[in-house]
Ligand binder design. Structure first.
Ligand SMILES: Cc1cc2nc3c(=O)[nH]c(=O)nc-3n(C[C@H](O)[C@H](O)[C@H](O)COP(=O)(O)OP(=O)(O)OC[C@H]3O[C@@H](n4cnc5c(N)ncnc54)[C@H](O)[C@@H]3O)c2cc1C
Length: 522
């Protein structure tokens, strides 16, 4: 099967993947003097992995206006945001709370300590960061926005720009990218060092040799077989919010040579999405199918019952686990209900959906039953649930900007914050289901991004970053941490892989006196 090439290809570092994790690794390796090749499963048109679908939100620490100004550069005005410092302790507290303390302390320590410097590294290369303008966090009568919880800044133009810019930076550094090249195996020498990858492209199978390999090949969320095996049968047909190319092939390849499986393999980041969205993400709507304004409304299953505390916390601290919760409900389909007091608080993304609207709850129940079709919808229970909820709402002032403690009392499932009576007609309801974002379990790495074996020893020549790795997130996830994780450990992977390959920062391949593979420096 193996294709014969006249001259075997050889690089210092081969990077698998074309997302944020892989490309930050490739750039850092090149900055460190290495000859780098990027291999991407997708075509050039579909390149970029989940990264291209993202909201471009990066979570990082900052203490003052100067630090924020450094990140925003000429792309936004730091004076247009109101913020409290987001310290390392705040970040750690969020990770600890979300993961129930299960995280790997050494990895999270690096993630937090290097979050700001890594975002600056990207900003200095020209990544256009701006303030994340959440409509309901706009300060009344001004152009200013409240920025919250370390996840208040995004790449302007979101994932599409993030991805485009990363490929542009890679191109500026002369890093070749080979598309439609799916890697499926790892090459090793007689001492067990990883010496390249096996890949399949339009011409057949090929071996690509390198002194080091970095896996930035994402999670296994797009592989129904692995989803079923690790997450459970309920996940086999779930909608995928992002790329179809994150199939876990290289995760498997690494496990098969003794890499340690780390983290919550039965867990995934999954959010509420429009029930009418496609089986995979599409590059027109990217993250627009998300339905995460539920803290201001109610969620009902097809039996007409509420099933979780919609107001437990701000969306950025609950959305990643709520998708999984919805999957536990009958047929994995639910409705989100709002009234005219809460409709103004909905994210703009709801504008892409097709809601049911009605002047009375009875009329709405009929519409929802029609929408549910053969799945069935319990109208009587729905009406009873809303009536009980409205009667249980405490008389406390509502405040969308903070956890206001406006709650219900005495319900089987209480709502802890933002519980307003739903009575301002017309009512609006959106059909919603689960969309998986990425998987939590992955390859074990050390703080140098080296893949480790079951004894914690580095597998020589093998590095990993981003969603291919485990040990960071369990059960839940603080919004905006994924991109930061990929970039922090991508940069580390690149630097360490280049050093392992014998390169020094600033050294060019020519200075090192070696034959240059023509394509590598095109
Ligand atoms: C809709 C959506 C919105 C999101 N918004 C945010 C956000 O705002 N902030 C945030 O922090 N996170 C967000 N995320 C989470 C996001 O997935 C990650 O943070 C980040 O983009 C993952 O980067 P990655 O490089 O690890 O993986 P990916 O970006 O998925 O990249 C993996 C790459 O590997 C390639 N690949 C896979 N297998 C192979 C193989 N065998 N051979 C060759 N190539 C292969 C893929 O084609 C792809 O290019 C969002 C995700 C989605 C889906």
């Amino acid at each position: 099967m193996q294709r014969n090439t006249a001259k075997p290809e050889s690089y210092d570092v081969v990077v698998v993947g074309g997302g944020n994790a892989a490309l930050t690794a490739a750039i850092a390796a090149r900055q460190s003097g290495a000859r780098v090749l990027v291999l991407e499963s997708a075509s050039e048109e579909l390149r970029g992995g989940n990264t291209r679908f993202t909201g471009g939100l990066f979570r990082f620490t900052y203490r003052n206006l100067q630090e924020i100004a450094r990140v925003l550069g000429k792309h936004d005005d730091p004076n247009l945001c109101e913020f409290d410092p987001y310290t390392a302790d705040n970040f750690l507290g969020d990770i600890n709370r979300m993961t129930r303390g299960k995280y790997d302390p050494a990895l999270i320590d690096v993630l937090i300590k290097e979050s700001y410097s890594t975002v600056c590294w990207l900003a200095d290369m020209g990544m256009p960061f701006g303030i994340y303008r959440v409509p309901n966090l706009r300060i009344k009568g001004t152009d200013r926005y409240k920025v919250q919880f370390g996840a208040g800044f995004e790449v302007k133009g979101k994932g599409l720009t993030l991805s485009e810019k990363l490929f542009e930076f890679a191109q500026n550094f002369g890093i070749p990218v080979r598309y439609e090249t799916e890697c499926f195996g790892l090459l090793r020498d007689e001492n067990g060092r990883v010496t390249g990858v096996q890949a399949r492209d339009g011409k057949g199978e090929t071996a690509i040799h390198a002194k080091a390999v970095v896996l930035g090949s994402g999670g296994f969320q797009s592989n129904p077989e692995m989803r079923t095996a690790y997450l459970g049968p309920a996940w086999s047909m779930v909608k995928v919010r992002g790329t179809r190319f994150d199939t876990g092939l290289m995760t498997r390849a690494a496990l098969s040579i003794g890499a340690q499986a780390v983290g919550q393999w039965s867990g995934a980041h999954a959010t509420p999405v429009d029930n009418d969205s496609g089986d995979y993400g599409d590059l027109e709507s990217t993250d627009e199918t998300n339905r995460v304004s539920y803290p201001y409304g109610l969620m009902f299953n097809l039996d007409g019952r509420r099933f979780c505390d919609e107001g437990e916390d701000f969306k950025l601290y609950t959305y990643a686990k709520t998708g999984g919760r919805i999957l536990q409900e009958r047929n994995g389909v639910i409705f989100q209900l709002f009234d005219q007091k809460t409709v103004p608080l909905l994210e703009k993304r709801y504008g892409t959906g097709k809601p049911e609207t009605a002047d009375t709850l009875e009329e709405l129940a009929d519409r929802l039953a029609e929408r549910a079709g053969d799945l069935g919808f319990n109208k009587a229970q729905f009406l009873q649930t809303v009536a009980e909820y409205n009667a249980a709402v405490a008389d406390i002032p509502f405040d969308a900007h903070r956890k206001d403690g406006k709650r219900t009392d005495g319900l089987a499932v209480d709502k802890s914050n933002w519980a307003q009576k739903l009575d301002a007609t017309p009512y609006v309801a959106y059909p919603v289901t689960t969309g998986i974002t990425f998987t939590f379990g992955g390859l074990g790495i050390n703080t140098d991004s080296q893949v480790i074996d079951v004894l914690g020893r580095a597998i020589p020549g093998l590095y990993a970053t981003g969603e291919a790795t485990g040990g960071f997130f369990f059960y839940n996830y603080p919004g905006g941490s994924g991109l930061t994780r990929g970039a922090v450990f991508g940069r580390r992977a690149g630097v360490h892989a280049a050093a392992y390959a014998g390169r020094k920062p600033g050294e060019t391949v020519e200075e090192a006196g070696e034959e240059v593979h023509a394509e590598a420096l095109e």
